[in-house]
Design a binder for this molecule. Sequence first.
Ligand code: CIR
Length: 265
Amino acid sequence: MTSLVAVTRPVSASFDRCELTHLERVAIDVDRARRQHAAYEATLESVGCRVERLPAADDLPDAVFVEDTAVVLDELAVITRPGAASRRAETPDVEAALSVWRPTARIQPPGTLDGGDVLRLGRRLFVGLSQRSNREGIRQLEAIVQDHGYLVAPVAVTGCLHLKTAVTAVGDELILANAEWLDGELFESLDRVDVDPAEPFAANALWLGGADVILPAAFPATAQRLESRGLAVHPVDVSEIAKAEGGVTCCSLVFAEGPAATTQR
Ligand code: CIR
C-alpha cells in the first residue's frame, strides 16, 4: 500500500489576525483552535497518514492553511504565490519541506494562485479564477503541468473564497458540491453529491482515497448523504478554524510519499 504524507503547520499565535473575505471577524479562541487542529491531525493519522509538521510561523496568521501554498502532484510540487500579500511569506518553509519529496516549480509575479482553488480529478486540474488566483497564475500553472499530461480548466468562482469552498472530490469521478456557488456545466460529466441546503459550507471535504472522508462535525446532514454513497465520514470539530474562513482541505497537503499514484486533492 502507498503511504500517505500529510503536511501540516501549527495554528499561529497571531491566528486571530487572519485574512477574512466573506466572513465577519469574530473572536477566535487560539488555544481551542490548536486543540481542534491537534484532533484533526490525529484523525489524519487514524486513516493512515503520516503527519509531517512544518515549523510554526507565529507572525504569519494564516500559516495553518498550508493547502494554499502548494499544489502537490505525482511528478512535482508547484509552489504558489498566494493572492493575499500577507500570506506570501508562508511559502519558503513549505518549499523547503516539499523538496524532500518532489522537484518544485514556482508561480512568479504577477501570477497569483492559492492551492484552495486547485481541484484535481485524475489528470484534470480545475482551477478557480477567484479573488486569490488570477489568469496569469493559472496560465503559469498550465505551462508547468501540461508536459506532465494535465489538462487545466479555469472555473469562475463567485460567492465564496476558493473553488474548493464550493466543490471537492470525494471519489475518482464523484464530487461534493454546493451548486449555488458553482458553474455546474464544467462538472456535468461527473457524479455529484449535493450538500444539504442548510449546510452551505459542507462542500469542503477532505477525501483520502478509498472510502475515507474528513468532514467538519457541523455538517451531519451532508455526512449522511456521503454515507449513503458508501463513504466513511470522519467528523472533526473545526469551529474555531472555520471562523478564519478555513475548512478541512486547507489545513493539510496530502500526497503519496513515493512517486507512485498521488492522492493530493
Ligand atoms: C485566508 O483568507 O487566506 C484564510 N483566512 C483562509 C484560507 C482558507 N484556505 C482554503 O480554503 N484553502
